[in-house]
Design a protein around this ligand. Structure first.
Ligand SMILES: [Zn+2]
Length: 252
């Protein structure tokens, strides 16, 4: 299995081990810094930690991490140019598998500007992007995200994440891939199963988005088990728990 969106740097070595024991062999770990940021060196260090330290730590525990880095809308700081330059360098040199997670949190002018800049980097370098949608005002902000994405990047490079039943209709007919985040307080396994039953398995990828907040390292294997118990085809289950992510992120 592939967990298509985690924040490994906020979890323990034992979490990595347990994910691997439960059948997850790869995960995409994304940038997001949950603490105080006084200048861009904090975020540049965060990137380095994920790239060079977390990948090694996870590998020792049996989990292969692919890295996505970008400027999260909740991490925006006054001077961010060197962060975007670093994201561009990493994308050009293929050091990251995706730019992420990026997106909009409150639809502020500055968020939109930085979001567009990162979409241009992704489009120019043909790098996939992982796009965050917030919990609050989800539909309204997803609507803005959709418009911005369609104007600024090839939609086939885009996964829009944290999609749920209340907003899926807004994006189901576009060419994006869609992320289903199964997480306490966000979505139960059964809601993900219902969405897949209704909309099919071709556009979706499962993930846990495990972070420093309440989350479940086993949410992908638990959803897979729920799908098996509901007699879905093995081939379809593999699409959302592995094959679609392999294709989208171009994982060998
Ligand atoms: Zn996340």
């Amino acid at each position: 299995m592939i967990d298509s969106h985690i924040h490994g740097d906020s979890r323990s070595y034992e979490n990595y081990q347990d994910m691997n024991i439960s059948g997850i062999d790869k995960a995409i770990t994304c940038a997001y810094y949950p603490y105080y940021i006084d200048d861009s060196s904090v975020l540049l260090n965060h990137f380095k930690r994920i790239l060079y330290y977390e990948t090694e730590r996870a590998k020792k525990a049996g989990l292969y991490l692919h890295v996505a880095l970008g400027l999260h809308p909740a991490n925006i700081l006054k001077s961010y140019e060197d962060i975007l330059k670093e994201v561009e360098n990493l994308a050009i040199n293929k050091k990251i598998i995706a730019i992420g997670e990026i997106g909009l949190e409150n639809n502020r002018e500055i968020e939109i500007e930085i979001f567009k800049e990162q979409l241009h980097i992704a489009d120019n370098t043909k790098t996939p992007v992982i796009i965050h949608t917030p919990r609050k005002n989800k539909l309204e902000i997803l609507h803005s995200i959709k418009e911005i994405v369609l104007e600024n990047i090839d939609p086939r490079l885009v996964v829009i994440d944290h999609i749920n039943n209340s907003v899926v209709n807004e994006v189901i007919d576009e060419e994006f891939t869609l992320g289903l985040t199964v997480q306490p307080e966000k979505m139960e396994t059964i809601e993900a199963v219902d969405i897949l039953r209704k909309y099919g398995f071709n556009k979706f990828m499962l993930n846990s988005d495990v972070s420093y907040m309440p989350s479940d390292i086993l949410s992908v294997p638990k959803t897979v088990q729920k799908l098996r118990m509901n007699n879905f085809k093995q081939k379809d289950i593999e699409k959302v728990s592995k094959e679609n992510a392999k294709k989208f992120f171009n994982i060998k």
